[in-house]
Design a protein around this ligand. Structure first.
Ligand code: 6PG
Length: 223
């Protein structure tokens, strides 16, 4: 069992606006570095309600977006017409302005989604039940999602708290990312994170698997 916790850096902000601006700038810098090094970059983002402002700020930054592939860390298996679709969220809030030139790789209905190159940057969120990506407590394939040796990159997963069947990139796929950030906001999630950083089973709060994993995580938080 993994026990060491690796929060590499904590970026604490007073307001959502400054967090979103800084995270957007940091992500843009990382994508630019990747493009300079190998001509292209891959960004994996989370869905949910937290990332909207960050997406909007990032979409306005001038980088060579035509060389960037954007995908999702995880997705709800619903059509893009659904308000629950993370692809819809990304199309509406990130793939606009300068970032309209990026290539989007959806997960639902895309048999090639698992072939996406290793992520240069992956941004995770966290739910108040301690899930991240679609690593939910009680997930029917949680052990496989967290297994470093499964050889799987993207799997389907169902969980009582998930709302609908999910697709999620696995922990080893996330850990290969050049940069891994955890973006959470609000006092409630700060408490959840505190609990996750304490001792306890990963199955109860699967975000622990990321926090105790092979890759250092940078935390972005504001009240
Ligand atoms: C999803 C997400 C998920 C999200 C957290 C936080 O599709 O549900 O990718 O892992 O990051 O649930 O969601 P909120 O930002 O809505 O609290």
């Amino acid at each position: 069992m993994r026990t060491t916790t690796l929060i590499e850096a904590e970026r604490i902000f007073e307001a959502r606006e400054t967090l979103a601006e800084t995270l957007a700038r940091d992500v843009a810098d990382e994508l630019t570095r990747a493009i300079e090094a190998k001509g292209k970059a891959t960004l994996a983002v989370s869905g949910g309600s937290t990332p909207k402002l960050f997406f909007e700020k990032l979409s306005e930054i001038d980088i060579p977006w035509s060389r960037v592939s954007v995908t999702l860390v995880d997705e709800r298996q619903v059509p893009e017409t659904s308000e629950r679709s993370n692809a819809r969220l990304v199309r509406q809030h990130l793939l606009q302005n300068r970032a309209a030139a990026a290539k989007f790789i959806p997960l639902v209905g895309n048999p090639d989604a698992a072939k996406v190159p290793a992520f240069d940057v992956a941004i995770l969120g966290m739910g108040s039940d301690g899930h991240t990506a679609s690593f939910f407590p009680g997930g029917d394939r949680l052990a496989e999602a967290l297994d470093a040796d499964s050889g799987k990159r993207l799997i389907e997963i169902n969980a009582p708290g998930a709302g609908e069947p999910r697709l999620t990139f696995t922990l080893p796929m996330l850990e290969q990312a050049g940069r891994l950030a955890l973006h959470i906001e609000g006092a409630e999630k700060q408490q959840v994170l505190k609990q996750a950083l304490a001792a306890g089973p990963e199955e109860d709060m699967p975000v622990r698997a990321v926090l105790r994993g092979a890759a250092p995580v940078t935390l972005y938080w504001c009240p």
